[in-house]
Design a protein around this ligand. Structure first.
Ligand code: COA
Length: 332
């Protein structure tokens, strides 16, 4: 069966940079606490009226297409991972479809939060492996900053999350030795409420009301300790699963690109895998946690910095809301 391969990767983040000092003017926090607990120094937040999920993902897609030496007309299908779409209905895949010169191709939205990009990549991979499509665009994009409680009540999560978009173009590999080797997807819904956004939910008589806004139930809520404890276990499990499946060893990894949840989580995984600094790519320091967009943004930056080369074994891994977790191993 043919393999799929990443042909081009791009990203786009809003211009507005928010520092930890900026946050300390909105809530009771400080630079030292944020850097020590999360590793984040700055992040990008959108500008209302200027940036949208569609505009950010359009720019990321244009870069990915250019690097793949392809045009929108060459794309057969769109898989779009976001939990913060521009509209409640329809999904963001179709909004992107109308922005560029795509044919009337299918567009699918994926709502798997921080694992969303790897889930989306896995779906695109199956389409290419079976021969149904030749070139699939995979996007991860989020505007989280408008879902954050920027008062003292929300300070443990609002210092972490950020905005941005990343995109990859996937196509058939021309060599047996390169491409996506495997993807591994998991969930455990019993922890859904440990990291979630309750409203606007459809099981209320009215989805939006002044009372609901007053209650703050539309803000992202996170039990940071629970997320941390589960993340460090599941990241390791799902990376090991990918290595075992491909009969590879942790020492074979050339570059680990973990979902940028929190620098301490990445450092824990790095230590457990005994990987040197140059084999782990982190950019949470200046990007924050952009949920489904962290991995394609990091991959795009790593590629720009010459840290991804032909033949490299790249490991992607993510954990987040659901809980869901996932990994992908690919030979560049
Ligand atoms: N600034 C200053 N103090 C803060 C703060 C902030 N932004 N947020 C919380 N605090 C305070 C708490 O109120 C608490 O104070 P207290 O001891 O007086 O009660 C103290 O810091 C410790 O709070 P706690 O929530 O136990 O901190 P923590 O060490 O667990 O760190 C997280 C909080 C969120 C950074 C940490 O739990 C974490 O990294 N979790 C994983 C989150 C993650 O990766 N999410 C993304 C998933 S994809």
């Amino acid at each position: 069966m043919r393999k799929s391969k990443i042909l081009g990767v791009g990203h786009c983040v809003p211009d507005r940079i928010v520092t930890n000092d900026d946050l300390s003017k909105m809530m009771d926090t400080n630079n030292e606490w944020i850097v020590e607990r999360t590793g984040i120094h700055t992040r990008h937040w959108f500008t209302p009226g200027k940036d949208t999920i569609t505009s950010l993902s359009k720019k990321a897609t244009e870069v990915a297409l250019e690097r793949a030496n392809l045009s929108a007309k060459d794309i057969d299908f769109i898989v779009f991972a976001t939990i913060t779409p521009d509209y409640f209905i329809p999904g963001n895949g179709v909004l992107l479809q109308r922005e560029l010169d795509f044919e009337n191709i299918g567009a699918l939205d994926i709502r798997n939060a921080c694992s969303g990009f790897i889930y989306a990549l896995s779906i695109a991979d199956q389409f290419i492996k079976t021969g149904m499509y030749d070139r699939v665009l995979v996007v991860g994009a989020e505007i989280q900053s408008s879902a954050l409680d920027k008062s003292d009540d929300g300070r443990s999560s609002s210092v972490i999350f950020a905005d941005g978009a990343g995109a990859v173009v996937l196509g058939p590999s021309t060599s047996e030795n390169s491409g996506i080797l495997s993807t591994h997807l998991h969930s455990q819904g019993q922890y859904a409420e440990e990291l979630y956004c309750k409203d606007p939910g459809s099981s209320r008589e009215v989805r939006l009301s002044p009372e609901l806004i007053e209650s703050g139930s539309f803000f992202l809520k996170m039990n940071g300790n629970a997320v941390f404890k589960h993340a460090v276990v599941r990241f390791m499990e799902v990376i090991q699963e990918a290595l075992d499946y491909n009969k590879l060893d942790k020492s074979d990894i050339d570059l680990l690109i973990p979902h940028q949840a929190n620098l301490r989580i990445s450092q824990y995984i790095q230590q457990k895998l005994e990987l040197p600094d140059e084999k782990v790519f982190n950019n949470i320091m200046h990007m924050g946690n952009t949920t489904a967009a962290t991995i394609p943004i990091a991959m795009s930056e790593a590629w720009e910095q010459g840290k991804i080369n032909e033949g490299d074994l790249i490991c992607l891994a993510a954990f987040g809301s659901g809980f869901t977790w996932a990994s992908a191993l690919l030979r560049w």
